[in-house]
Write a protein that binds this ligand. Structure first.
Ligand code: HEM
Length: 221
């Protein structure tokens, strides 16, 4: 096996590295898709929350001289919420496609730009004496967080597909309910990743890894 260790003497920061066009397009499409998914969840649980809109539907109809029960008002209020969840489902399919395409991109990346190569390379450098352990440890932690993200993505996409096709697959109500609970729970992992990742790249940009954000736009040096 060839050992091509990135040396701190030749690089400003291990984080300053090349990002292929495919990775950049994938990154920003994934960002947009996940952000849109966040928005659908936010809208469905606030402005379009059917329970919260029952009274509004009843009042609007009352003004037109029609009195409806809670159940009748619910039939209207949940229609709009359902539309938002349909949109959420479409975005979920887009995310599934992006998840699968990440494997294709990885397989076609130049060797030096493969996640696996970069991780092993940093690990090997970390084990060598005389290296900047602190920076390498940080680098390994960040790359490790991407592995964790891909696992989370697998869990989210997997549970989402089970919710979408559960009844067609003949899964029982309780099973589908548990999967739905898990799907809802995993969202917190995404919020955490998003916050930590965003703060991380901004701090890196303002600190030792100047150019790391533009590197995800223009490809880096
Ligand atoms: C939903 C939002 C986001 C997700 C899910 C996400 C996900 C990811 C993932 C998985 C990677 C690693 C790619 C790989 O090599 O496999 C990455 C790298 C990166 N992302 Fe994001 N990202 C998000 C938002 C952002 C935003 C808003 C920025 C910029 C302000 C950003 C800047 C970067 C940079 C600079 C890197 C490369 C850092 C490095 O080499 O360690 N990301 N992102």
């Amino acid at each position: 096996m060839t050992k091509e260790h990135a040396s701190p003497a030749t690089e400003t920061s291990h984080f300053i590295q090349k990002n292929s066009v495919a990775i950049r397009i994938w990154h920003w499409l994934t960002f947009l898709t996940i952000l849109s998914l966040f928005i659908t969840v936010l809208m469905a649980s606030t402005a379009l929350n059917p329970r919260k809109n029952i009274a509004e539907v009843q009042n609007a109809l009352k003004e037109k001289g029609v009195i409806v029960s809670n159940e009748q008002a619910w039939a209207v209020s949940h229609m709009y919420d359902d539309k938002m969840w349909d949109f959420h489902k479409i975005l979920g399919f887009a995310l599934t496609f992006l998840f699968l395409s990440r494997f294709v991109i990885e397989a076609t990346q130049p060797k030096k730009e493969k996640v696996n190569f970069r991780f092993r390379n940093a690990l090997a450098a970390f084990r060598q004496p005389g290296q900047d352990k602190k920076e390498l440890k940080h680098y390994l932690l960040v790359k490790g967080s991407y592995f964790a993200f891909y696992l989370l993505l697998l869990a989210m996409v997997g549970t989402g597909l089970v919710i979408a096709f559960g009844s067609d697959l003949g899964l029982s109500g309780p099973v589908r309910h548990s999967v739905k609970e898990a799907h809802g729970f995993f969202q917190y992992g995404f919020y955490t990743f998003f916050a930590v990742h965003l703060i991380g790249v901004v701090v890196a940009e303002l600190g030792k890894a100047k150019g790391v954000i533009s590197g995800m736009i223009n490809g880096g040096k």
